[in-house]
Ligand binder design. Structure first.
Ligand code: AHR
Length: 522
């Protein structure tokens, strides 16, 4: 009996080793090309919320923390390295209560931030500071204008102040405040979540606002009249409920029936990864069950985009309107001891996997998804950077954004593979995910995520259209799915080099468990 059991255990063991050792065939078809993966899908979001702006970006001119005109140098250097294409600002819900005139000039009133903890808003970080910040990091502006509690005139004047090159009073005021040349504003969000925190509007009510704002809020920058025209982005759906499907239908139908006097170029979509809004998962204290649950939830992004794209296709088969996923990411329970209104959470290897899966979804849907903004850039929700006074730490999500830089404005290349499965309890997920693309210099790039938290994944890589001799790049894994970087231990989750050479015509990639890998194929 005992002998029989030993044999059984051994057989099971051998079988499982064999299953894990079974290579996954992956073929990159480099002879085919798809749409451009717009660099703007790697955008960021910086709201006046918690310490996202104050402390995270702005420390003020008198701070001991090294800064340039009040903006912290360490944060700028870290963000430059991930080539942030655009930053959405000043909100979020905050945008619909923001009055831009309070954030210019030498007298800045102290106001309140009722959405986020009811704290004092010092208005020391305003229009010029934001434009200086994006200039320092080499990025572009995505402004959210106040539709909820502002007026079309207030928004129109903000854009005139920012963009005119004519000697109007507003342009003179801008020059007196330190910037004589007009600013470039490539993206304009017309309201935020207007179905909820942005004013609880019905689709019809919002549409009447949208038409007025889109008619009168103009960009006057001569450099943006022909090429580089500012894209106006309407509020879109915030999930899968029927009210959001109705919303997408209403906006897209109105756009199709539009008159000459208004237009739009983008429809926003917000989708956070949350399993239960009433009882959010912890960002640190979790095991494999929560790992699997969160990743299952995050993969719903694909269906959500597909369903909204299908509605958009009905009214816009030429895909003129971009789907703009301008708030996405994991939203966990507030970190213990933090102000719940500040949305502070840690960031683990689970979030690195989650980020890669979402970026892959956006890349595969690049024909419609042309802008996206992870929420949020610093110290809030799924952040790139966590700061603590004069120190900072780069999160696992930051490293994924850095590894994916070669995909910015690259051309999608199809990749075929049998993803296999990773199962935990009653949750089954694809074990492997991958995208490939060619960058502007012609280099071929492959990003592969091994969702499985245990076995190494062996990939048999084939290429059509080119002969591949080797792969070189970086892989990001961690001791555990809940491994994190902290100020004291900043290097627990950092990318490591990876290299593989073809042998006997075979290119094999061994991917660490729970890992994200980006390589160039040569
Ligand atoms: O990102 C935090 C908040 O989430 C934003 O302010 C709002 O738009 C969304 O509900």
């Amino acid at each position: 009996m005992c002998k029989f059991l030993t044999c059984l255990v051994l057989a099971c063991l051998l079988f499982s080793i064999n299953v894990y050792a079974q290579a996954i065939e992956m073929t990159i078809d480099a002879s085919k090309v798809g749409p451009k993966i717009d660099r703007h899908i790697f955008g960021q979001f910086a709201e006046h919320l918690g310490t996202g702006v104050y402390e995270g970006i702005w420390v003020g001119l008198d701070s001991k923390i090294p800064n340039t005109r009040g903006i912290r140098n360490d944060v700028v250097a870290a963000l430059k390295a991930i080539k942030v294409p655009n930053v959405r600002w000043p909100g979020g819900c905050f945008a619909d209560e923001y009055h831009w005139r309070k954030g210019i000039g030498s007298k800045r009133p102290q106001t309140l931030n009722p959405n986020w903890g009811g704290v004092i808003e010092p208005n020391t970080f305003g229009t010029h500071e934001f434009m200086d910040f994006i200039d320092q990091i080499g990025s572009e502006a995505f402004l959210s204008i106040n539709v909820g509690s502002g007026t079309p005139q207030e928004a129109a004047e903000w854009l005139e102040y920012l963009t005119t090159d004519q000697p109007t009073d507003l342009a003179k005021e801008r020059a007196a405040n330190g910037h004589s040349a007009p600013y470039k504003i490539p993206f304009l969000g017309v309201g935020n979540e207007s179905w909820d925190c942005g004013g609880n509007m019905t689709p019809d009510y919002y549409l009447s606002q949208l038409k007025v704002y889109n008619r009168f809020v103009r960009n006057f920058n001569p450099a943006q009249r022909q090429n580089d025209q500012m894209l106006k982005i309407a509020v879109g759906p915030g999930g899968d409920e029927p009210r959001f499907t109705d919303w997408t239908e209403a906006i897209m139908k109105a756009w199709k029936d539009r008159k000459w006097s208004w237009d739009m170029q983008g429809l926003s979509l917000h989708n956070y990864t949350v399993v239960d809004w009433g009882k959010k998962h912890s960002s640190t204290d979790f095991g494999e069950k929560e790992y699997a649950e969160i990743l299952k939830k995050t993969l719903e992004m694909d269906g959500l985009i597909a369903r909204n794209s299908a509605i958009m296709d009905k009214y816009d088969p030429e895909k003129k309107i971009a789907l703009v996923v301008d708030e996405w990411g994991a939203w966990y329970a507030p970190q213990s001891g933090s102000d719940p209104g500040f949305l502070v959470q840690q960031n683990s290897q689970r979030d690195a996997i989650l980020a890669a899966l979402n970026l892959n979804i956006f890349a595969r849907r690049a024909d419609r998804v042309r802008i996206a903004n992870i929420a949020q850039m610093i110290n809030v929700l799924q952040a790139m950077i966590l700061t603590d006074k004069e120190k900072l730490v780069l999160t696992p999500t930051y490293h994924v954004f850095k590894m994916y830089v070669p995909f910015q404005d690259a051309t999608f290349v199809p990749v075929r593979f049998d993803a296999g499965t990773y199962t935990y309890g009653n949750i089954t997920l694809p074990r492997i995910d991958a995208i490939a693309a060619r960058d502007k210099s012609g280099k071929l790039w492959l990003a592969v995520t091994n969702v499985g938290p245990k076995p190494v994944a062996k990939i048999d890589l084939k290429t059509l259209g080119i002969s591949a001799g080797s792969v070189t790049g970086e892989t990001l894994t961690a001791p555990k799915v809940d491994s994190i970087n902290t100020i004291d231990r900043p290097n627990t989750v950092v990318p490591k080099p990876i290299y593989a050479k073809a042998q006997n015509g075979k290119l094999v990639l061994n991917l660490e468990p729970r890992s994200v890998t980006v390589v160039t194929v040569e």
